[in-house]
Design a protein around this ligand. Structure first.
Ligand code: FUB
Ligand code: ZN
Length: 738
């Protein structure tokens, strides 16, 4: 189907043709066939577009349909394969914009539709490297309190719930029961749903990440960490006791003797993936010395490798993706620890699981082969996990079809299905996506979907080496995920609507998000930095001290001294172990990264940058500001980032936000709360908006203040701090008519 496509292309903004030829033709020719050329898409140079046209002949029963694909417009030549079939492919001789047309003839009448295709140059030959989470410090008035709440309250609360035999959703006891069953003892009983191991693994991973955080003398943090160490000592042997002799691990399957890989809905892949993630975090926590969990992850993955794969092994795909990403993470670790080639089988299994998705349903993204999926559909967590796994395969194999599909899916999400908070999944399909531009404020935006969105866009950033993906996952991190837990760390929310009176709660009948939120937030150093062979990419700004093991062959400590995003000044101190030449690429934030939303004031880039006290104008390359020199311990970069209050308006096609306005300042999207004002007033386009630090409000926040068009004052608070005082909270507010 032809729709307006707006894509950020390599040289600027590309606005493709608005069409609707099919709909128009249909109106004019009542009995002509219905035809759809499929969603707009991105194809990387050298790859091909899979054209899966759809046509229905309701005008002439039995009439033979003749299809033909042609080039409607485009800067260079197009080569079709099977141009006379609905399912065809097209290749393009040069990067640029193309429009292809599908015409269908039922013997009497014709109808046509077009699809816009942006052909992009190949992404980086050598993708960026992720940064493992090793011991780090978190500081500043923004992030330090959030981490303290997670470590002192939230994770201990999750541990207590998972250790409580009264928790109906199941916890650590399931592993004890499975262990008993494996030892031949009778009466083992499973508690909770088939994916009940998931929250145990995510919580275990959160514990490992929390233990990487330096308590810096905070007694409460240190005390909570001491308890967490005891939890690890208790849980790990219990979990490992539930692993079957051939490596398989799934407590309900072991306890109930279910047949493996026979029911795609049983979360075998999802749980295995979460186990591998937890195992890798534990391995890292111990300086890669305690290999109990790591070896167990290899045994588990090895069991899958032995059973799932091309004939004579079994062809199978899961109903909930997760392991696809984790297998690639495991492969990377195994190659680092044991040598090149040792992790290959895990990458191959990951790809096999993805390639097997077909002939199924949109709900779990098995409606088409993954490389022919160009539109984000179905269950949102499953979708973004699938896309993140696909990006891993694109990273590892360079497969152009995978690269094209993930760019197309990302483009579709970013230009049609993304909330201003960076959340995804309107909930109009089961926990999933709705149609293009359908983004009602009562959004589902599951917390796990925010985690997956960050996983997906972080991988795309590594694939392309570009900051545009970071602009977006920064939004998701601050505005869709961070507020999933309340300020004290005692309650959470599964869904993250943009207009709600729904209070957070301590637990949920489906607690899939409880550990996922914490593990994703506590992975902050991984979201902040990436590396390549020339140096380091500074993606996010947050008070912290993070050590990167391998920057141009040297260990480098990076200290960010900042209250960002409360204040715009960031001081980055660079401490290489020995003076070393490398590049530091700093991301200048761009606030209009999704074309769905427009801000009205300049909030992008750097205001100023100084090197060891002297103003500098860094060179811009690939979207980053670059400083290259021989760095010595104590070298200092001072950056001033713009933090202007900004009005945000949405694309007119988002009906829910039509005639409304939202506010943001830097990465933070704001909310209006009923405890501060009536929510039926309107905001004028010319009213001044001031930022003010309020130390006594919500633990200390910068509020945005001004006057509504009716003369009453307003106060907006950061969306992540919403609903900590009861009442109703809304991101969008009526815009006064000019
Ligand atoms: O199926 C596992 C998890 O439960 C999903 O990711 C969530 O959406 C919830 O349905
Ligand atoms: Zn969830």
């Amino acid at each position: 189907m032809t729709r307006l496509i707006v894509l950020v292309a390599f040289g600027g903004l590309l606005a493709g043709a608005a069409g609707g030829a099919g709909a128009e033709t249909r109106a004019n020719l009542a009995l002509a066939p219905m035809v759809s050329a499929g969603p707009d898409r991105v194809v990387v140079q050298g790859g091909r577009a899979y054209l899966d046209g759809v046509a229905r002949d309701d005008g002439k029963p039995g009439g033979a349909l003749q299809a033909i694909w042609t080039k409607e417009s485009g800067i260079a030549s197009v080569t079709f394969e099977n141009a006379d079939r609905l399912a065809a492919t097209a290749r393009f001789s040069s990067p640029g914009e193309y429009t292809l047309k599908l015409t269908v003839d039922d013997g009497g009448r014709t109808a046509s539709d077009t699809v816009n295709i942006l052909v992009e140059p190949m992404p980086l030959k050598r993708p960026l490297q992720p940064v493992p989470v090793t011991p780090y410090k978190i500081s500043g008035r923004f992030w330090a309190p959030r981490f303290k709440a997670l470590i002192v309250n939230w994770i201990p609360h999750c541990i207590r719930k998972l250790e409580d035999p009264a928790t109906k959703e199941g916890g650590i006891q399931n592993f004890v029961e499975a262990g008993r069953k494996l030892r031949g003892e009778a009466g083992a009983k499973h508690t909770g749903p088939v994916f009940a191991n998931g929250w145990v693994y995510n919580t275990l991973e959160s514990i490992c990440l929390a233990l990487q955080v330096d308590p810096q003398g905070h007694a409460e943090v240190a005390a909570a960490q001491a308890e967490m160490r005891k939890t690890l000592d208790d849980w790990i042997p219990k979990i490992l006791s539930a692993q079957e002799p051939d490596g398989y691990l799934h407590t309900m399957y072991t306890i109930q003797g279910r047949k493996r890989w026979s029911n795609k809905h049983d979360h075998e892949d999802y749980q295995a993936g979460y186990f591998i993630d937890a195992a890798l975090a534990h391995h890292e926590l111990t300086g890669r010395k305690d290999a109990r969990m790591y070896e167990a992850a290899k045994r588990l993955a090895g069991c899958w490798v032995a059973n799932i794969g091309p004939a004579p092994k079994r062809t199978w795909y899961p109903g909930h993706q997760a392991m696809e990403m984790s297998l690639v993470s495991l492969a990377r670790r195994v190659e680092e620890v044991e040598g090149a080639g040792k992790g290959r089988a895990y990458v191959e299994l990951s790809k096999f699981l993805l390639d097997g998705r077909r002939d199924g349903e949109a709900y779990d993204q098995s409606h088409l082969p993954v490389t022919r999926q160009y539109e984000a559909v179905g269950h949102a967590v499953r979708a973004v996990y699938s896309y993140a796994g696909m990006t891993d395969i694109a990273l590892e194999t360079g497969d152009p079809d995978y690269r094209s599909a993930v760019m197309s899916l990302w483009n579709n999400l970013t230009t049609r299905k993304r909330y201003v908070t960076g959340g995804v999944g309107s909930g109009e399909t089961s926990e999933g996506f709705g149609p293009d531009y359908s983004l009602p404020h009562g959004a589902y935006c599951e917390s796990c979907a925010s985690c997956g969105e960050i996983f997906f866009e972080h991988r795309l950033h590594r694939l392309y080496g570009q900051p545009r993906f970071v602009d977006l996952f920064e939004d998701t991190l601050y505005n869709a995920l961070l507020g999933a837990v309340d300020l004290e760390g005692r309650n959470f929310t599964y869904t993250n609507p943009l207009d709600t009176s729904g209070a957070r709660y301590p637990w949920h009948g489906c607690p899939c998000c409880v550990g996922n939120i914490a593990r994703t937030l506590l992975s902050l150093p991984a979201w902040m930095y990436t590396t390549d062979d020339k140096g380091v990419f500074v993606n996010l700004y947050a008070g912290s001290a993070v050590t990167l093991d391998r920057v141009a062959g040297t260990r480098v400590e990076l200290i960010q001294t900042t209250d960002y995003p409360w204040q715009g000044r960031v001081t980055l101190t660079v401490n290489p172990a020995v003076p070393t030449e490398f590049s530091i690429r700093m991301r200048p934030p761009v606030r209009n990264a999704s074309p769905l939303y427009r801000t009205d004031a300049e909030g992008d880039g750097f205001v100023a940058c100084a090197m060891n006290g002297g103003q500098v104008k860094p060179r811009k390359d690939g979207g980053y500001y670059v400083l290259r020199r021989t760095w010595s311990a104590g070298d200092r970069i001072d950056i001033d980032l713009p933090l202007l209050p900004q009005r945000v308006t949405a694309d007119e096609r988002i009906a829910a936000a039509r005639g409304q306005v939202a506010l943001r300042r830097g990465p933070l999207v704001y909310s209006f709360e009923s405890v501060d004002q009536k929510l039926d007033s309107a905001l004028a386009a010319d009213s001044a908006i001031m930022a003010e630090w309020k130390p006594d409000l919500l633990g200390g926040v910068v509020v945005l203040k001004g006057t509504f068009s009716d003369g009453t004052p307003f106060t907006a608070i950061p969306n992540h701090a919403r609903l900590n005082r009861g009442g109703r909270s809304t991101v969008w507010i009526r815009a006064a008519s000019p």
